[in-house]
Design a protein around this ligand. Structure first.
Ligand code: KG4
Ligand code: ZN
Length: 342
């Protein structure tokens, strides 16, 4: 891989409900990271409404990019590459970022690098850990994905396991809604679980025969919903903090068990987590302990780089650029883009 000095990437992310832009220097130094969240709008509906998301991205994107350039104290003259998430995600939302990135790259005659959203989440770990280099294993757990990924090299991924149904974050959001905590539920469950008894209710943990790295959270989610409905029907009260803590324990145990199985099987010495759920305090603590017991170095990004942001897309775009990835003006949003496809 050739050495490139002083490369500034303008990165854009709009795959879900965050309009984000960042300027990243040489893949690891974040010069700016601007995120405009639409959470307050979607909260009213209990989840992300795709049509509203696309419209909001259009309204915000120019302002977010201008702010990212200003915060980094650069102009477009200082930008060398434009990186953008082109999948997976909501097609209308992705299209806004892709069209914007193409317009800037075309007008400024800059190379355009499309990035896979999950590759971005994984690459968030490079930002604060200059020593982290592949190979390593990474658990990506967000509102849309739960993947256990083997990072063989920069840009080279093998998916070892994935969720068969709901993503971990999705389960958090649905359970939070059921216990009346609102959207997005992950951070709220994380908070109230600290006051609850994690052994109050024994919820099921799914392990899939013959696919030991795969996950399943819909059974657990249904068990929690059934438990709540059962209490309501019997006129019994339940403690939301106990339910949150018991649910969280089941999620965290499965995430850690499958991850540690892969750590053993592949003999890796570095393990990372990424995605919105990676900011969960119980998950971090349990992974830290499990990795420590095995003598494996554990990496995790700061919360701002766990949930959707453009700095992580800039980090991923840098390594894609070095590997020779260039996209043309026909780059399109790919809502079901597979990891590792270019
Ligand atoms: O990565 P992200 O911002 O968006 C996707 O790519 O999906 O992840 C958002 C998800 C939501 O489901 C949210 O509830 C969850 O991450 N999340 C958390 C925490 N913070 C965010 N889940 C558990 N604990 C948290 N502290
Ligand atoms: Zn994400």
């Amino acid at each position: 891989m050739k050495e490139i000095k002083d490369l500034n990437i303008l990165a854009i992310e709009s795959s879900c409900d965050e309009t984000a832009a960042a300027v990243v220097h040489n893949g690891r130094e974040v010069l700016s990271n601007v995120i405009s969240s639409q959470i307050d709008l979607h909260k009213l509906y209990g989840g992300v409404v795709p049509e509203i998301a696309s419209r909001k991205h259009i309204e915000k994107i120019n302002q977010v990019i201008e702010e990212a350039l200003k915060d980094a104290d650069v102009t477009l003259d200082d930008i060398d590459v434009v990186g953008v998430t082109y999948g997976p995600g909501l097609v209308g939302a992705l299209l806004v970022g892709v069209a914007e990135a193409k317009a800037i790259a075309f007008a400024r005659r800059l190379p355009l690098v499309g990035v896979h959203h999950i590759e971005g989440h994984i690459s968030a770990n490079y930002i604060e850990h200059p020593e982290l280099k592949p190979p390593f294993l990474c658990l990506v757990a967000s509102g849309g994905h739960t993947h256990l990924v083997r990072v063989r090299d920069y840009g080279e991924y093998e998916i070892l396991g994935r969720t068969r149904d709901d993503a971990a974050g999705e389960a958090y959001d649905k359970v939070a809604r059921a216990i009346g905590l609102g959207y997005p539920g992950g951070p709220k469950i994380d908070r109230i679980a600290k006051e609850g008894n994690a052994d109050a209710v024994k919820f099921p943990k799914a392990h899939i025969d013959g696919a030991e790295y795969d996950f399943s959270f819909s059974g657990l989610k249904s068990a929690v919903l059934n438990y709540i409905n059962g209490c309501k029907m019997k006129g019994e009260s339940f403690d939301p903090a106990d339910i949150a803590a018991s649910f969280q324990k089941a999620v965290v145990e499965v995430l850690v068990e499958n991850s540690m199985k892969a750590v053993e099987d592949f003999g890796v010495y570095q393990f990372a987590i990424a995605g919105g759920v990676a900011s969960n305090t119980a998950l971090r603590a349990a992974m830290e302990k499990a990795c420590g017991d095995k003598g494996v170095k554990f990496y995790y990004p700061s919360p701002v780089y766990c949930t959707d942001n453009a700095a992580m897309i800039g980090a991923a775009a840098f390594y894609e650029y070095l590997a020779g990835t260039r996209h043309g003006w026909d780059l399109n949003a790919v809502p079901n883009l597979k990891l590792g496809e270019r």
